[in-house]
Design a protein around this ligand. Structure first.
Ligand code: PLP
Length: 399
């Protein structure tokens, strides 16, 4: 072990600790569900992305067990060599059917879809125009590309149009291809990108579109098909990227697109070519998740009923919930110390919700973030609301 290295790393860790930015992840002592045990304590879970309760759903568990019986525990290889099982193909067909696209490509995670897909699409001489609040995996994907980079103001179509006008009106160095990239639902505020306006502008300026629907999958659109379905834009978005790690309850990234775009992406994404593929259990459970949603939108409707109930009650108590339009519910404190205190006190009371502070959001936009799921019973929500009210008064967030 190199002592100098360790001393340097230790001092960086201390600096994070002093700024209150050090992660000390708590451990779950059971499944990810609405009521579970965290760090030995029984809690109502308010910070999981398991929107539909699929992570521990009977149907997905059964599909995973059957797949292990028939195919084993691992895939044995990367996808291009010997790691493509008929299960992987069936999953991609199921994604395409669910998303109403020609085809789809399954990656190991949403992160690797963005960090491998974007640099494959963005070559030297191209330009990318990206929302300022896009997810870190998009930022990394763009950093790995050779294209020129432009950032537009958050959800601001005038700012986007100004960039497109400048790029397409150039006499020299006009980019070959322009790709507009946006999150569908923004994970810190729960607001929805104006994808209808973005697509209109893309069509007007002959640009391409790439939307990251990690928090829209399973949440927006009919049967949870996502943001493109929500805005009735099917067939007009080039790349619909998403994840299985949130509402779909398992693991893996997806890009739903045309057959040609898929064939190109799988040949050029290093994060698809050079990493072992997911094992049978994950893939089979992912298929089961989409088939379940295809058949029945009951869970999606329950998610929205719970969301409306929770937000209405908190609003009537006087809490400030920011600009959320989705089950992501920020409870604004505008102060990092208050956000941390609120989270610590709620945990003591049996409610698990995490603070969101700088650098995840601006310094004056601190909050805790509550994630509502279809699995929460009315009693769970009432319990959480009662505790949030109690601690909110202690911290003088409400009167
Ligand atoms: C969670 C998330 C990802 C990463 O997805 P994983 O499948 O968990 O790697 C990408 N983009 C956004 C917007 C996300 O919220």
């Amino acid at each position: 072990m190199n002592k100098k290295l360790e001393a340097e790393l230790k001092s960086e860790i201390e600096s994070l600790r002093e700024q209150n930015l050090l992660w000390l992840p708590k451990t779950l002592n059971g499944p990810s569900s609405a009521r579970t045990k965290v760090a030995g304590k029984d809690v109502v879970m308010l910070c999981s992305n398991n929107y539909l309760g699929l992570a521990n759903h009977r149907v997905l568990r059964k599909a995973a067990i059957t797949a292990i019986k028939n195919y084993g525990a691992g895939s044995g290889s990367v996808r291009p060599i010997a790691g493509t099982m008929d299960l992987h193909i069936k999953l991609e067909e199921t994604i395409a059917k669910f998303k109403h696209t020609e085809d789809a490509l399954y990656y190991n995670s949403g992160f690797t879809a963005n960090s491998g897909g974007l640099p494959a699409l963005l070559r030297e001489g191209d330009a990318v125009v990206s929302d300022e609040l896009n997810h870190g995996s998009i930022i990394d994907g763009i950093r790995l590309s050779k294209a020129e980079r432009h950032i537009y103001s958050h959800n601001n179509s005038e700012s986007l149009e100004a960039k497109l006008k400048e790029l397409t009106g150039r006499a020299e160095k006009k980019p070959n291809r322009i790709l507009i990239v946006s999150d569908g639902v923004f994970s810190m505020d729960g607001d929805i990108a104006p994808l209808d306006r973005i697509v209109e502008l893309a069509e007007r300026y002959d640009a391409c579109t790439y939307v990251d629907d990690a928090h829209g999958d399973g949440v927006l659109g009919e049967n949870g098909r996502g943001i493109v379905n929500h805005f009735k834009l099917e067939g007009r978005v080039d790349f619909e990227m998403g994840t299985f790690s949130k509402a779909f309850g398992t693991m893996g990234g997806l890009i739903a697109t045309s057959k040609t775009n898929k064939e190109y992406l799988l040949n050029k994404s290093r994060t698809w070519l050079l990493t072992g593929s997911h094992g049978p259990a994950t893939v089979a459970a992912s298929i089961a998740a989409l088939e379940l949603l295809e058949k029945d939108d009951k869970l999606v409707r329950k998610l929205w009923r719970n969301t409306r109930y929770f937000k209405k009650r908190l609003k009537s108590l006087g809490f400030d919930l920011g600009n959320s339009q989705t089950p992501i519910t920020p409870i604004m404190t505008y102060d990092a110390e208050k956000a941390n205190k609120l989270s610590v006190r709620l945990f003591e009371e049996g409610v698990y919700a995490l603070p969101i502070v700088f650098p995840m959001v601006a310094k004056d936009k601190a909050r805790i973030r509550a994630m509502i799921t279809a699995e929460h019973k009315k009693e769970d929500l009432d319990f959480a609301i009662e505790k949030i009210e109690k601690v909110g008064r202690e911290l003088q967030l409400i009167k």
